[in-house]
Design a protein around this ligand. Structure first.
Ligand SMILES: [Zn+2]
Length: 303
């Protein structure tokens, strides 16, 4: 099975490993605040991204000097679960982010994301742990979700600060979701997170979609023109029939009789084609004028 777009984005983001300790800590913080559970009772991170799974132990080691108590088998298919449940490790981690043992509500501790480099690292971690982005061929949607209300509120402000636009917000069950729906904003966000190749993929998908729409519109337009031509031809044929039935056709000038004969010989021909059939050929406006005269004559005869 081909990797989902989300999986490809995450793989691309994981190519950037935080060089500075401050960024490693900030990225870890983003992961923890957006992962499946983080608190004094334990840490649980569940992911399907192999690249993220490879990055996690290194990241936690670099940022906190902490190893996971439970590591997944990377060779196994499906979801990968990482856990930390030893009390002393949990306390150390909470303390590193400025939380006491009895902290009730987690929030984005500002000193951790003070530097610009750390802001990006934090959002990268948040997206890797709690984010997803829809395949641009199916639609434009990027979101990150957390169970912590204050965290969502603070991330909202952080995104505006670094990206220059606010995400949209929604509550889904106990999860606070921040999301983007516009392709250009998703592009900007992915580029910021360190996934410019994926961002380009979104742009390409959008251009292809726009091109297809244009072609479709053009076809519809051609169809509309075609049906107008058919309608006009029907009107002309019915006029010619009326004129014949009333014995008027043979009394018309020769030019009009020739035009009528050409139309009956080829009901689907365009005016240009009919004009070319005349001996000698005439212009399209001249043919148009002859057809109008036929239709007019039939109308007068019917009155
Ligand atoms: Zn930093």
């Amino acid at each position: 099975m081909a990797a989902s777009f989300s999986a490809r984005v995450k793989a691309e983001i994981c190519r950037t490993f935080p060089q500075k300790k401050c960024c490693a800590l900030a990225q870890c913080f983003g992961v923890l605040l957006y992962c499946n559970s983080f608190g004094a009772e334990g840490i649980k991170i569940i992911t399907e991204s192999r690249e993220f799974a490879q990055l996690l132990p290194r990241l936690f080691h670099r940022a906190l000097g902490v190893e996971f108590d439970q590591l997944p088998d990377l060779a196994a298919p499906g979801k990968l679960v990482f856990q930390i449940d030893r009390r002393e490790k949990l306390e150390r981690i909470l303390e590193a982010f400025g939380f006491g043992r009895d902290t009730l509500a987690l929030h984005v501790n500002l000193p951790v994301v003070e530097e610009d480099c750390c802001k990006a690292a934090f959002l990268r971690g948040a997206f890797l742990a709690g984010g997803s982005v829809t395949d641009p061929e199916k639609g434009y949607h990027l979101e990150i979700g957390t169970g912590h209300h204050s965290v969502a509120r603070e991330t909202y402000a952080l995104m505006e600060e670094v990206l220059g636009f606010y995400p949209k917000t929604a509550a889904r069950g106990g999860t606070q979701v921040l999301y983007l729906k516009q392709s250009d904003l998703i592009c900007d966000c992915l580029t910021y997170l360190g996934a410019p190749v994926s961002a380009m993929g979104i742009l390409e998908a959008r251009m292809e979609k726009e091109l297809n729409n244009k072609v479709n519109r053009r076809c519809n337009c051609d169809d509309a023109n075609l049906s107008k031509v058919v309608e006009a031809a029907q009107e002309q044929l019915s006029a010619i029939r009326t004129l014949r039935e009333r014995g008027l056709l043979e009394h018309l000038p020769q030019k009009l009789r020739e035009a009528a004969a050409a139309r009956e010989a080829d009901p689907e021909a365009s005016l240009t084609e009919l004009a070319a059939m005349m001996e000698p050929p005439i212009s399209k406006p001249a043919m148009s004028s002859r057809m109008k005269k036929l239709v007019q004559a039939a109308k007068e005869a019917s009155q």
